[in-house]
Design a protein around this ligand. Structure first.
Ligand code: PGA
Length: 250
């Protein structure tokens, strides 16, 4: 009942030429993948060119960040309306790299999600515990705090427009994927919390897993009952690799 969503987070990678070459090679590889949502999140300067290359395809465009203000004196920042204007369907917010390297709080992430929904750009809200938090048995406290804080301003009638990405920080870029059991345990916790918060709409929120997802492990992860998709960094940079992830069922 929840449509799978596979998203490529390119982080700070690729030039215009490399991005165009990716899309040219990628689209034919995924032309038959009509039962999943496919999303590419390039860096800001590539949004326009990737959006144009994707025109007419079913692959959606996403940004990796947004500023909550509508406009104004925020040098270096990008507003939700600008993303909508460029054809972004989604935007990633609260990625652990933004939380850790740029000090983003749950309240700031929440204001970004609100700004995006107002422009009908669907937020992909990232949460996840560090290794230290996991080892000191604080995983569920951290997930609850991040989830509640980051979604605090989302009304129940917009809940199904949100995507949550559970990304254990210790699994990001490390090659150390969470086992399917560990991932499912966290996803089930998140699902229960979403149900408490939003009622029935919580069942419709898609929860992606992220952290060293690869063609070799995507299938077993996606077979877990509360894993509805993947947010993929390193393995999304090559068209063949990301297309295999998109085709997790075959
Ligand atoms: P990774 O990154 O797939 O390279 O681990 C995932 C992410 O940070 O979204």
């Amino acid at each position: 009942m929840r449509r799978p969503i596979l998203a490529a987070n390119w982080k700070m990678h690729k030039t215009k030429g490399e991005a165009r070459a990716f899309v040219e090679a990628f689209l034919p590889l995924v032309a038959d993948a009509d039962s999943v949502d496919i999303v590419l999140a390039p860096p800001f300067p590539l949004l326009d060119c990737v959006g144009q290359a994707l025109a007419g395809s079913a692959v959606a465009l996403a940004s990796q960040n947004v500023h909550p203000a509508e406009q104004g004196a925020f040098t270096g920042e990008v507003a939700a309306g600008m993303l909508a204007d460029l054809g972004c369907r989604y935007a990633i917010v609260g990625h652990s790299e933004r939380r850790a390297l740029f000090g983003e709080s749950d309240a700031f992430v929440a204001s970004k999600a609100t700004a995006l929904l107002a422009r009908d750009v669907l937020p992909i809200v990232c949460i996840g515990e560090t290794l230290e938090e996991r080892e000191s048995d604080r995983t569920f406290d951290v997930l609850r705090t991040q989830l509640d804080g980051s979604l605090i301003a989302v009304p129940a009638e917009r809940a199904a427009d949100v995507v949550v990405a559970y990304e254990p920080v210790w699994a990001i870029g490390t090659g150390r994927t969470a086992t399917p059991e560990i991932a499912q345990e966290a996803h089930a916790f998140v699902r229960a919390r979403l149900r408490e918060r939003f009622g029935e709409a919580g069942e419709r929120i898609r929860i992606q897993y992220g952290g060293s997802v690869k063609p070799e492990n995507v299938r077993v992860l996606m077979s877990q009952p509360d894993i509805d998709g993947a947010l993929v960094g390193g393995a999304s940079l090559e068209p063949e690799s990301f297309s295999k992830i998109v085709h997790f069922e075959v």
